[in-house]
Design a protein around this ligand. Structure first.
Ligand code: TYD
Ligand code: MG
Length: 431
């Protein structure tokens, strides 16, 4: 077949007839490489028969118990209650964060012959070595080491396994196209191949994907559109805690998080996150506040720390770990304007303990309290939890699920809470 060459951005998939130094779509530099697109122009046979294609909603059978439980409840939670047969899940995260370990543990928890772990990254001996560290990996676990997409696809179709892990999507390549493994064309082609297989065979396929420097899974955003679910494994290198978040989920909420701890014998579920995150803290230090956050449907108490110190250089520093920088700037501006506190001459540092990233605006009040506490060098009252969103005029706005947050605080021995007026009135009306 005659070659047909185009140039394609390896970051976003934009194409051009000639090479470009800078991508007009995503602004990346030097991201264009040659691709042969002759295979794409093959005529697709279109079946014109539609008679049996139109069905009534009532004719489609639905089975409520169709999710496969992984036996790891934190993973089930993030997936929306378990694995959906026939779905494709992309598992992303930085190298070394524990993606392979998590997936191997998932396979180990499933029934005999129910799972197949395909590795293109490691040798079978390396997998064996890893499995010896992890508790309870059955000897009967099915493994395969290959990088050819068509071979893997055949294995998936012909094996009894209904849950398949491909580690990683960047390491597999398809014969059908002429591009290096890991390039956007290969990744897309292999993903579509596995996608078809998943839909046709009703098997669930987990694809492990590396995160690029830019923090995008597998380079192209397009991949996220192809798959059903994207889960991201995150964590600070200095902490042993790992957080599993879903970024996209066709079959569930994207707010749920799963919390794990990397131990000597694999990943352990953290079922009592508040207790774990609050352990070992110093209660009567200035600059520390406890907030009642909601992570999905689960209330979690977290410690936020602020340090306000005299700026050593002309430009005061602002640094935040685990909290949105723009939100921090907003809170500082509100405190300056409404309380007359002068943060202008000070460096400000914020840290959320445990390596959690706060996505919940109800943390505002706790952040503000920690900032004021550090600024004044006065510890906040002990056994007190702060809950509330701060508005631009300095008002404390009501938040959702106040009862759940308060009952979590009570469970952990907190005796006081600073909450929005509106939420308090609503609570009082109930009693
Ligand atoms: P891995 O699953 O290989 O990460 P990824 O697939 O995301 O690249 O995890 C590797 C890290 O986890 C490595 O630094 C070793 C550590 N680890 C443990 O601490 N305990 C264990 O039981 C295992 C299996 C790994
Ligand atoms: Mg790995």
């Amino acid at each position: 077949m005659k070659q047909k060459i185009m140039y394609e951005c390896q970051q976003c998939g934009n194409r051009s007839a000639r090479w470009l130094g800078k991508c007009p779509n995503c602004d990346s530099w030097n991201s264009y490489s040659e691709v042969d697109i002759s295979h794409e122009s093959r005529k697709i046979k279109v079946s014109k028969a539609y008679e049996n294609k139109i069905v009534r909603l009532s004719d489609i059978s639905s089975n409520k118990n169709f999710r496969i439980h992984t036996g790891i409840s934190e993973l089930d939670r993030v997936l929306g209650g378990g694995i959906i047969p026939g779905s494709i899940v992309l598992v992303g995260g930085d190298p070394g964060i524990g993606k392979s370990t998590l997936m191997l543990q998932m396979c180990a928890h499933l029934k005999e012959n129910q799972s197949l772990y395909v590795t293109g990254e490691e040798s079978l001996e390396q997998i064996k070595f890893r499995s010896q560290r992890i508790a309870d990996v059955p000897d009967s676990l099915l493994l395969m080491s290959d990088t050819n997409a068509e071979t893997i696809d055949n294995a998936i179709r012909n094996s009894d396994a209904s849950v398949i892990v491909v580690d990683s999507i960047q390491s597999v390549y398809s014969d059908r196209i002429d591009a290096t493994p890991g390039s956007i064309t290969q990744v897309r082609e292999c993903t579509s191949l596995f996608m078809q297989t998943a839909k046709q065979t009703h098997k669930a396929i987990f694809l492990i994907g590396h995160v690029t420097k830019e923090g995008v899974i597998a380079g192209p955003k397009i991949l996220e559109h192809l798959v059903d679910t994207v889960i991201q494994f995150e964590g600070e290198k200095t902490y042993s805690y790992r957080i599993l978040r879903s970024q996209k989920n066709r079959f569930g909420s994207t707010n749920e998080i799963g919390i794990f701890e990397m131990s000597e014998s694999g990943l352990r579920e953290v079922l009592n996150p508040s207790e774990v995150f609050l352990a070992g803290r110093d209660e009567d230090e200035a600059g520390i506040a406890i907030i009642g956050s909601m992570e999905g449907s689960r209330p979690i108490l977290l410690e936020v720390q602020a340090l306000v110190s005299t700026a050593s250089y002309g430009m005061p520093q602002r640094s935040s770990n685990g909290f949105d920088m723009r939100r921090l700037q907003m809170i500082l501006a509100v405190l300056e304007k409404r309380l007359g506190l002068q943060f202008r001459q000070n460096d400000v540092f914020i840290n959320v303990a445990g390596g959690v990233y706060l996505n919940d605006s109800s943390a505002d009040l706790g952040i503000a309290a920690a900032l004021v506490s550090s600024y004044k060098d006065m510890p906040l009252p002990a056994k007190t939890v702060f809950i509330g969103e701060i508005g631009l005029t300095g008002e404390v706005r009501s938040v959702s699920s106040i009862e759940q947050r308060l009952s979590e605080a009570e469970k952990l021995g907190f005796s006081a809470a600073v909450i929005p007026q509106a939420s308090a009135s609503k609570l009082l009306k109930k009693f």
